[in-house]
Design a protein around this ligand. Structure first.
Ligand code: GDG
Length: 745
């Protein structure tokens, strides 16, 4: 497709294109589809040259070269670009991994989830096919919005090739709890794939929370509120409850209510006839794709239970059940179809009378106008999914109630229930509750129905699908501009060159290097972070230059640093400034400190350690540190807060302070910190190049207190007052190497 390089555009990507294709002899007919997503995206898609990339619905086997070209051409007219897939792709990617693994697992049907490596392989290949088409059509200023569970790897596949592109991803189904998600064999790859985006959107806060929890626990990444901190960017995670095209449904209902008898649809005529014959009968509506997540058998059983418990409703109510065929190639769906057929047959057989059958069952898809007939004619809607990302049917039913009557009974396992608290919320597994609620709905006074629906309609009209889409795009813009702001401080090659130039020209240099998280990456067991030969080589090269004073400055204890570094005669400052080892000299105390207070604080820390699996106490000469890196992240943070408030008074009484590092709380005599001790190293000496680098909060003291001309560098993307940042320890090693090379020359 020809894309104008001067104008930025939005690329929407979903498994299926919003266009239906039909092969008619040797021609292709294309008609736009009318789904919720297509409507919501309309403004995004039509604006500024937008294109939509997805599968056309026809496999390579359905098309010869001539037809393939025709498909491409006719889609182009709809601003769509096809991803060509074979029938093997569709089997492994769509029916396989998407719908036999991700779909059941993410909807908590763990026993249905199949973990088939061949399907996973095809899923990866097809995501790559999508990426290839996106990359062919992508310009540098474009925005990419990817949809749903079939394309979880796509964000990272695009990011790998185009690091600066704006990428948004929205998941339309639930994101399950960590305990469920962790059972997936390829869980890390899936999370990493998603984290290629700048913004990840979910329907509800619960799904967002579950995702963040998995990211912390499985990838060990840290969060800053709802941002996941990666090395070179933050990924924003947020909830955007999807709305409907409110006006379309409300207007269609209005028109439908106005129709003269002769213009009414067959379905409406049938319904009217039935209501004329038995005017007291109430209709209960049920609409879903025939999917095991929608709780259709439960609904039937609860309805049966209702008729048994409240026999006075026999002959007075009817369940109108529309089950739309879906994914019938997947065995679980075939089984479900049999189960529903049997249940409907059994219940109808059990209760039917000559003039009344309790269930009207349609297994088909109906045209839009008939859907409106059902929405406007039914007194109650009974939607009981066992799990549902959102459930748009619930919203559409309310939008179609022109006079604001109608009662919605909605499962609390749907995303929609979070926004629709005025409806009657039920647990779909509790038949007692469902049947009692059904009775309540059937008997609810009109005034109460109107009162409940008033607020609902207002909100659905305001937060409609267009608003949802524009909110998402706005947040994506915001998060990427924040991303740009972060990048402002990046130590770019150009800045690095300038820094090295100053280094080279200096007469006397002073360098402060933090250790953990800066020179060495964090390890599960702190002892394992000991310096490698490679680190020694890098340090030696710098240290051997007589023009350079190199200082390793750490929160670690003197004993460990003595063991690791004393033989090298580097200058060492440990315990945030309690101890100094100046080159070859012996250790000396930099501050007058004591540890008389250990007896008061240690028992409290021990209590916290015992109650918090994975945490440990580090006893230094003059300070105590409680580490919680290896605990459950939520528990660790909660206990850290609790510990701070428990010892608050004792701290004040003993002139102590708490230093909050990266997953560590350290208690020590007030006033001792890396900034104060670093400054002591400047006394009586003159330097024309001062440099400090570190990764955590305790290094900020250096950045703050060293002289203004100091070149300060933060490792990682956390908030900092440093001048620049580098991504990780590898970059620190590179820099150190370049310092060393400058010294040698
Ligand atoms: C997924 C998530 C999430 C249904 N039958 C007919 C018909 N429909 C239309 C409805 C509605 C849509 O299909 C169904 O949407 P749902 O939201 O209820 O469910 P899923 O298909 O499972 O959708 C879900 C959604 O994505 C959006 O993010 O809410 O949780 O599972 O719009 O009106 N339309 C026509 N004839 C039918 O017979 N014309």
């Amino acid at each position: 497709m020809n894309t104008d390089h001067s104008i930025s555009k939005t690329i929407i990507i979903s498994n299926r294109l919003p266009v239906q294709l039909e092969i008619d002899k040797n021609n292709i007919n294309a008609t736009p589809s009318i789904g919720g997503l297509a409507t919501g995206m309309k403004s995004v898609h039509k604006d500024s040259n937008g294109i939509w990339i997805g599968w056309s619905g026809l496999t390579d086997e359905d098309l010869n070269d001539d037809l393939k070209n025709k498909v491409k051409k006719s889609l182009e007219a709809h601003q769509c670009v096809p991803v060509n897939l074979t029938s093997t792709d569709i089997d492994g990617f769509y029916y396989g991994f998407s719908n036999k693994t991700i779909w059941p697992l993410f909807h908590y049907f763990m026993e249905y989830a199949e973990f088939e490596k061949p399907d996973w392989e095809i899923y990866k290949q097809v995501n790559q096919k999508f990426a290839d088409v996106v990359l062919e059509n992508l310009n540098d200023d474009d925005t990419v919005w990817i949809h749903d569970y079939q394309l979880l790897l796509l964000p990272q596949l695009i990011r790998a090739k185009k690091p600066d592109i704006k990428i948004g991803f929205f998941l339309h189904i639930p994101f399950p709890s960590y305990e469920v998600f962790r059972t997936l064999p390829w869980r890390e790859e899936i999370l990493e794939g998603m984290l290629g985006a700048d913004l990840l959107g979910f329907h509800t806060y619960e799904y967002e929370r579950h995702f963040l929890s998995s990211v912390q626990r499985l990838l060990g990444l840290s969060l800053d509120f709802n941002n996941v901190i990666l090395e070179d960017k933050n990924v924003c995670v947020d909830s955007f409850p999807m709305g409907i095209d409110y006006d379309k449904f409300a207007n269609a209902a209005k028109e439908n209510n106005k129709l003269k008898q002769k213009d009414k649809s067959e379905v409406q005529v049938e319904i009217d006839k039935h209501l004329d014959e038995s005017p007291d009968t109430k209709l209960i509506l049920s609409i879903d794709r025939l999917d095991y997540t929608k709780g259709i058998p439960n609904r039937l059983l609860a309805f049966e239970y209702f008729l048994e418990k409240y026999p006075e409703f026999k002959g007075k109510v009817r369940l109108v059940m529309l089950a739309v065929p879906s994914r019938s190639n997947v065995p679980q769906y075939q089984l479900l179809k049999n189960e529903v057929d049997q249940l409907v047959g059994r219940i109808n057989g059990k209760f039917s009378e000559i003039s009344w059958t309790p269930i009207w069952y349609f297994y088909r898809s109906l045209p839009f106008d008939n859907l409106i007939d059902l929405y406007t004619s039914c007194d109650v809607a009974l939607l009981t999914p066992l799990r549902d990302g959102m459930n748009l049917v619930a919203k559409e039913y309310i939008a179609c109630r022109e006079d604001k009557t109608g009662v919605l009974i909605l499962s609390e396992m749907t995303g929609a229930s979070k926004e629709m608290s005025e409806t009657l919320l039920i647990n779909p597994n509790n038949f007692e509750e469902v049947s009692d609620t059904l009775k309540m709905a059937l008997e609810m006074p009109k005034e109460e129905q109107i009162e409940r629906n008033k607020g609902l309609q207002k909100r659905l009209k305001r937060y409609n699908v267009e608003r949802w889409a524009s909110d998402f795009i706005e947040s994506l813009e915001e998060s990427t501009s924040k991303h740009k702001e972060d990048k402002i401080k990046k130590l770019t090659p150009h800045r690095k060159e300038q820094l090295l130039e100053k280094y080279k020209n200096a007469e006397k240099r002073l360098l402060f290097f933090d250790y953990d998280g800066t020179l060495a990456a964090f390890q599960k067991i702190p002892e394992n972070a000991k310096p490698t030969e490679a680190i020694f080589d890098l340090l030696d090269k710098v240290h051997n230059d007589p023009k350079t004073d190199l200082i390793l400055i750490t929160g670690r204890d003197k004993y460990t640093f003595n063991k690791w570094f004393a033989h090298k005669n580097y200058t060492l400052i440990t315990e945030h400034g309690a101890w100094l080892k100046d080159g070859e000299k012996d250790w000396e105390m930099l501050e007058a400190l004591n540890n008389d207070w250990f007896g008061v604080i240690l028992p409290i820390l021990e209590r916290f350690m015992d109650r918090t699996p994975g945490s440990l106490i580090e006893e230094k000469a003059f300070s105590l540190a409680w580490h919680y890196r290896n605990t459950d992240p939520d528990l660790g943070q909660r206990r850290a807060n609790e510990l701070q408030s428990t010892i608050q008074d004792l701290i004040a009484n003993h002139n102590l302070e708490i230093l909050e590092g990266d997953k560590v709380l350290e208690i020590k005599i007030s006033g001792v910190n890396k900034g104060r001790s670093a400054n002591k190293m400047l006394l009586n000496k003159t330097y024309d190049f001062i440099f400090a680098i570190g990764d955590d909060w305790t290094d900020e003291f250096m950045f703050k207190e060293l002289p203004e001309q100091t070149h300060t560098v933060k490792v990682g993307l956390k908030k900092t007052i440093a001048n620049y940042y580098v991504e990780n320890t590898t970059q620190v090693h590179k820099l150190l190497d370049e310092f060393g090379n400058t010294s040698v020359n």
